[in-house]
Each structure stands twice: as structure tokens, then as C-alpha cells.
Design a protein around this ligand. Structure first.
Ligand SMILES: [Zn+2]
Length: 119
């Protein structure tokens, strides 16, 4: 179980990371709008992008995904469910959370999840 000061520290990490992600991308504003509207125009985007901008598209999607996971983690802090693995309900270690504060799974479940993706 996380102590209150540990949660506070991780919350700050999450907020910093989010800010960094938003400032890194020139599409930051578009991402904010997309998050607020909750609509996805990914398919539309995909049809319109040329191969030159494909990398940008991939990067943008990765950043969008990270930001969504960070928001999810911040919501979990408010609901007091932060730091608990979504698969096995076990506590995710503080060491892992310091490396990846928006981690959704503990190490074991993460490995199982990634193996599942390979199949
Ligand atoms: Zn787990």
C-alpha cells in the first residue's frame, strides 16, 4: 500500500510527465481538444496522412496514449485505487511506479499481457 507522501510524489511525477508530453508535441493543442471531445478521428487521420507524416502520426498516437494513461492514473489517485494492478488487484511496487507512474499492471501481469500481445 502506498503511503500518502508516496502518492503525492507520484502524482507530481504524473503531472510533470503530462506537461512534458504536451509541450513536446506541436499537436499538443489538438490532443487536448481530442481528449476533451472524446471523439476519435484516428481513422480519418490515417486516410489523410502521407507516408512522410506517418512517423508523426505514430508518435502522436503514442503520446496520446501516454497522456490518456496518465489521466487515468490521476483519476485513480482521486478514487484511492491508484497503485493497484488492474489484473490481479495486487499492489504495484513503488519502485515500478517511480519508473512508470502510470503503470496499470504489476510486473508479472505486464509480462503476461505482453506475451498475450505476441500471440
Ligand atoms: Zn498484477
Amino acid at each position: 500500500m502506498l503511503k500518502e507522501n508516496q502518492t503525492e510524489l507520484l502524482k507530481n511525477l504524473l503531472l510533470e510527465k503530462k506537461e512534458q508530453l504536451l509541450s513536446e508535441t506541436t499537436l499538443g493543442q489538438a490532443i487536448i481538444e481530442e481528449l476533451q471531445s472524446e471523439t476519435s478521428y484516428d481513422e480519418l487521420d490515417y486516410a489523410e496522412v502521407s507516408s512522410d507524416s506517418h512517423n508523426l502520426y505514430v508518435l502522436r498516437n503514442k503520446q496520446l496514449q501516454d497522456i490518456k494513461e496518465i489521466d487515468l492514473a490521476l483519476r485513480k489517485i482521486e478514487k484511492k485505487t491508484y497503485g493497484i494492478c488492474e489484473m490481479c488487484d495486487d499492489y504495484i511496487g513503488i519502485k515500478r511506479l517511480k519508473v512508470k507512474p502510470h503503470a496499470r499492471f504489476c510486473v508479472e501481469c505486464r509480462e503476461a499481457y505482453e506475451k498475450g500481445l505476441d500471440r
